[in-house]
Design a binder for this molecule. Sequence first.
Ligand code: NGS
Length: 301
Amino acid sequence: YVIPSQNITFDDIEKFYTDLSSLNYSKEAFVPRHTSFATNLTFANVPYIYKNGMWEPIEVQSYQRSAILVPLQGRHYNAKAFLLNLHAYFRRQLLTYAIFIIEQTYPMNKFNKGRLYNTAFNYIRQNKSLNITCYILHDVDLIPEHDSNYYSCETMNPKHTTSRVRQLIRGNYVKYYEFLIGGVLILTYNHYEELNGFSNLYWGWGGEDDDLALRFVQQKMCVIRPPFAVAIYTGTFESEKTLPHPKGQRNNQRFGLLLWSTIRLKTDGLHNIETLTRIVEVKRWTTFTHLKVNVDITNSK
Ligand code: NGS
């Protein structure tokens, strides 16, 4: 695990992953500041290539093609720490993958994570040449600590891989409630469609993931989890001054929305996402695709 220096750029990361021979460069750019973590990024002993929008191991065939969906608003430093660490992680697991940073650019005040996920899912499924079979929904501030926490889709059930999160400031692990599916959730195309994705109605922090968990119950879907020993993450943070894992602006309406969640499954979700949001920019890097999204087209010009 490495904590990048504060002034790292997306270009630095791009260069690091496309030019692995420049070891000196990497030493300069990535200064590890937390001694209890390994100080080097290590890769599997398999070279990788970037081909048709995906990263693929050479001479190894992955049986799934995965898209990693990472919602964002501001917090670019978190996105850089994420890219830097997670590319190495995915490569050690020999995944065939593409990362999508889904950034909300309008409105600026309230975050709507459900709409961002639905928008990205809809975009990726229309991009048929990528042929994505596995969707990994990932918080930007979570870095997996254990290489045996496999980022694979199970065809029967969605998988929740975040049971414990280590917070750097307090140093201890936070264990979550049994019902939680937020953090990192890995599911197939069919699962996402059956659930009609996320509700589009949650503005601000909290609840949209619990709403999805209620959809699981309604669709008789069960979540599976890797062993407790490996389902460990580190929560990263924007700067050392802020609290780890910031909760942002809480949504005061979330409990009211949860109460009526089940009657909305068919009408509120992936099916009507095109009437609510618009992708305003697609920027293709080799290390990720950056989608900028207006999540409220009815209230913008
Ligand atoms: C619950 C929230 C979830 C959230 C979880 C963990 O209380 O949306 O905490 O949050 N549910 C409601 O507010 C109804 S965390 O500490 O990881 O930021 O995912």
